[in-house]
Design a protein around this ligand. Structure first.
Ligand code: UD1
Ligand code: CA
Length: 460
């Protein structure tokens, strides 16, 4: 059944106590609204209309960036969910299939449920659910299989509050009947708002067909009205993502502490040790090892790569069979060709390491290119910043960089050269050259004893 979706996202979200509109609060790195739009798209909505209001510029900016095809309508004053839907009338009044209405703060909704609602035959189909603690939800008052009405928490009697079947805020409607019914609801209630669920009474009065559908799994329709519920929803989603990865062939140890965002891709036989954070558009290959306490953001990691524990990796590409960490910090623009290696306490930024290049310990590599099989000794620093500008260091193939070398960029080192440990390299080094850039050592034989003697005399 074809349908269009209307997503209500104009509310302020008072209970969040935030400057950010409620639907932009994030779960696993994505705004709640992102999940609702995604689900509507996956369910096959012909068109998606989002009702915006409070701080609409921010919500529209997000939509334009992530879902340019989505339309928005403006609800200037937030007079209630019924009023919000009315704002979409212009766009929908000539549509003759179905409208599915979704709340922007129900981020875990599954595409299958949306599809099911669109397919059920009825003029108004209400998705309901049973929950142990129904506080905050509208209660569903039934007479057997029929719904009589939906009562908001604030309007409910003590008896009604005990009812555990609630309105999920997700419905499908016949468009003509919906807009006709909306004209008949009022705001004579505890909140002085035009409630969308109140159209139910109108539908019943007119003898139009109202059908309740009970959701299969309540956690998929939980409303998120404050930051406590936000964390609960995040937990549910986290479990969903981790489980899907496990079933697709990824081993995850200590899975409760694995934070993996929804756009992350991970190949089979990769083994992950949580706690770990994998974020953004990260893509991880097959047979990798990811050590605990690492954070990987917007990076591509090739097959059979090893990321040892406590590594921080962002905007980086690691080709297959590379190795990083423990305790490595890879900043944006880092690129490792296959079999390159960055070890303990190494920081990189805009650093390109060719095949087999290595920096095993205690090194800063910024704005540089390191040639094939070059070995960077411990304590090496590319001094890329002179306080005003950033400069590049280019080191050729098969170079041996002695420990504690400083490269004062811009500087180049030719293939097969060697820098002596402790050198400060200020000018280019040709190929096949030994560069020694340190003070010459002087040995004064016997002087150590004379110094001690002098010190002893002074003490007396
Ligand atoms: C709503 C339902 C309630 C249901 C619950 C499910 C109503 C009156 N109540 O309650 O029966 O159990 O959802 O989660 O519909 N919004 C607007 N414009 C407005 C008001 C709200 O766009 O004028 C948007 C909000 O941004 C939000 C959604 O509509 O995304 C729901 O509003 P909210 O205030 O959270 O309703 P609930 O009290 O949760
Ligand atoms: Ca809500």
């Amino acid at each position: 059944m074809s349908f269009k979706a209307v997503i209500l996202a104009a509310g302020k979200g008072t209970r969040f106590k935030s400057d950010l509109p409620k639907v932009l609060h994030k779960i696993l790195g994505k705004p709640m609204l992102w999940y609702v739009v995604k689900a509507a798209k996956k369910a096959g909505a012909e068109e998606i209309i989002v009702v915006v209001g409070h701080k609409k510029e921010q919500v529209e900016e997000f939509l334009k960036l992530e879902f340019p095809e989505v339309k928005t309508v403006y609800q200037e004053q937030q007079l209630g969910t019924g009023h919000a839907v009315m704002c979409a009338e212009e766009l929908l009044k000539d549509y003759n299939k179905k409208i599915v209405v979704l709340n922007g703060d129900t981020p875990l909704v599954e595409p299958e449920e949306i599809k099911r609602l669109a397919e059920v035959d009825g003029d108004m189909v209400v998705l309901t659910g049973e929950i142990n603690d129904p506080t905050g939800y509208g209660r569903v008052i039934r007479d057997g299989r029929e719904i009589l009405k939906i009562v908001e928490e604030k309007d409910a009697t003590e008896e009604e509050k005990k009812i555990k079947e609630v309105n999920t805020g997700i419905y499908s409607f016949d468009p003509k009947k919906l807009f006709e019914a909306l004209k008949e609801i009022d705001n004579n209630n505890a909140q002085g708002e035009y409630y969308l669920p109140d159209v139910l009474k109108v539908f019943k009065c007119k003898g139009w067909k109202v059908v309740p559908v009970v959701v299969k799994n309540f956690s998929t329709v939980m409303g998120v009205n404050n930051r406590y519920e936000l964390s609960k929803a995040e937990k549910v989603l986290q479990e969903r993502i981790v489980k899907a990865l496990q079933l697709s062939g990824v081993t995850i140890h200590n899975p409760k502490s694995a934070y993996i965002e929804p756009e992350v891709e991970i190949g089979t036989d990769t083994e992950i040790f949580a706690p770990i954070y994998i974020k953004g558009k990260t893509k991880i290959g097959k047979g990798c090892y990811l050590g605990a306490f690492s954070e990987i953001v917007d990076s591509t990691i090739g097959d059979k790569t090893k990321v040892e524990s406590h590594s921080w990796i962002k905007g980086t590409v690691l080709e297959p069979e590379t190795s990083v960490g423990p305790f490595a910090k890879l900043r944006p623009g880092t690129y490792l060709e296959s079999s390159a290696k960055l070890g303990t306490f190494v920081e990189t930024k805009n650093a390109y390491l060719e095949r087999g290049a290595k920096a095993n310990h205690l090194t800063y590599l910024g704005d540089c290119r390191i040639g094939e099989n070059t070995n960077i000794g411990a304590g090496t620093i590319t001094c890329n910043y002179d306080g005003f500008n950033k400069w590049k260091t280019e080191i050729g193939k098969n170079v041996f960089v002695g420990s504690n070398t400083l490269f004062i960029a811009p500087v180049k080192v030719g293939n097969n050269s060697i820098t002596a440990a402790g050198s400060v390299i200020t000018s280019d080094v040709p190929e096949n050259t030994l560069a020694v850039g340190r003070a010459k050592q002087l040995n004064y034989e016997g002087k150590a004893e004379r110094i001690r003697e002098k010190a002893r005399r002074k003490k007396k």
